[in-house]
Ligand binder design. Structure first.
Ligand SMILES: [Zn+2]
Length: 226
């Protein structure tokens, strides 16, 4: 978090009445989620997160998908509110990747869906009661939030348990990369880059480009980053 922002939070908390609780929040899987959702909708999502946190207490956005809230009240009451918040912002989004082909001789082939998956975006929250060492309390809440990245999901209470593994879940393989011309054969990759390859079929000698397409909400985009 930027130094000036941290100073501002500490200054505000020093004047704040007790009991109060620091809540640090970040969004697990926000980056892939943002890619699938589109940056504009992603920004709106972050605005809604901040708006909801503001209803819980004084809130700051301290990074791309990181927030700090200073909530008045006892830990149990604040935890309950934050638990409701985590459910409201627990979002699953699904996507499908497909191959489209460009033949050198202008032949066409049908688009082939080859993988579907989901990304779950979920808030992770760290808590610390506001003590006389304001800076120490803030760091404790941040550390708790950061530790959730590495620890066993079952140990995450009272915050929401995130996914145990990487950003993808419910992955289904729908096709294997056979030749789009003869529907068989062994494609030989001649050249490739992110989400794109130039191939030749060892069986029928067709030569073509394979382009990876991402489909979310039925909107297609070239998915070079996957
Ligand atoms: Zn072939």
């Amino acid at each position: 978090m930027p130094r000036w922002r941290e100073d501002e939070i500490i200054a505000t908390a020093s004047e704040h009445g007790r009991p109060a609780v620091f809540v640090c929040v970040n969004l697990q899987n926000f980056k892939p989620f943002n890619i699938l959702l589109g940056h504009q909708r992603g920004d709106q999502f972050l605005e809604r997160v901040q708006q909801r946190l503001t209803e819980i207490g004084r809130s700051w956005r301290t990074g791309g998908d990181e927030f700090v809230t200073l909530a008045g009240g006892k830990l149990t009451a604040v935890t309950e509110q934050v638990s409701a918040f985590t459910w409201l912002f627990h979002v699953t989004i699904g996507a499908t990747e497909a191959w489209s082909f460009r033949f050198d001789d202008q032949r066409k082939a049908a688009i082939v869906p080859w993988r579907s998956f989901q990304v779950v975006c979920t808030p992770r929250c760290g808590f610390a009661e506001l003590g006389s060492d304001v800076s120490g309390s803030l760091h404790l809440a941040r550390r708790q939030c950061d530790d959730i990245r590495q620890t066993d999901p079952d140990a995450l209470r009272p915050s929401f348990a995130p996914l145990a593994t990487g950003p993808w879940t419910n992955e289904k393989k729908l096709a294997t990369p056979i030749c789009p011309a003869c529907g068989d054969g062994q494609p030989i990759v001649i050249e490739d880059d992110l989400g794109w390859s130039r191939e030749r079929c060892a069986r029928c000698d067709a030569s073509y480009e394979r382009i990876n397409v991402l489909s979310v909400f039925g909107e297609e985009s070239e998915a070079g980053y996957m």
